[in-house]
Design a protein around this ligand. Sequence first.
Ligand code: 218
Length: 192
Amino acid sequence: MKRTRIQMLTEIAIFATLAMILDVFTEPMQIGPWISFSFKMVPIFVVAYRWGVGSGMAAGFLWGILQVVTGEAAGGILSLFQGFLEYFVAFTLIGLAGIVKPLIDSNRQQKKTSQILAYSLLGVVIGTTARYIIHFIAGFVFWGQYAPKGQNAVFYSFSVNGLSWLGETLACILVVWLAQPLMNFFLTDKRH
Ligand code: 218
């Protein structure tokens, strides 16, 4: 299929929706209020690797909007600025995973699948970390009052968001790894 702007925009919409659907269906995988072992960021990574940072960020941004308009984000919004930061900025930053696109592309022609996997996993870590840096900062600035009595807000945020980051990153790594043949299909198709 020829690579077109329409195809890119369609994929951004479809994959952001897929992330939203996974978000709802992986709700039971929630370990604590903010801690989950879930791979729902994977569709955003697929967009980022296929189309680059800009498209990945657009998909993340759209997913953030979907969470807010569906009410999924309700329990996570304390104020306008905090909500903007944690749902729009944080989710948009997942798209930074697309930084690895040129590295994936350079291995795409020769179908060097082990390199593609390695760069995909690097992208996962970049995307989840960029997102969780925002949650960590928001955690001690806005969520400090929920810390157990006497516990330092920075330590509280680091433990909650650090654990959540770890759970989500490991889940995404596992899924990208296990779904490698499917990922290769997505990343080595003829696009131009
Ligand atoms: C300490 C703490 N508690 C809660 C939040 C809010 N938070 C954390 C992680 C992810 C998300 C987005 C929805 O998955 C939110 C809103 C925090 N940052 N820190």
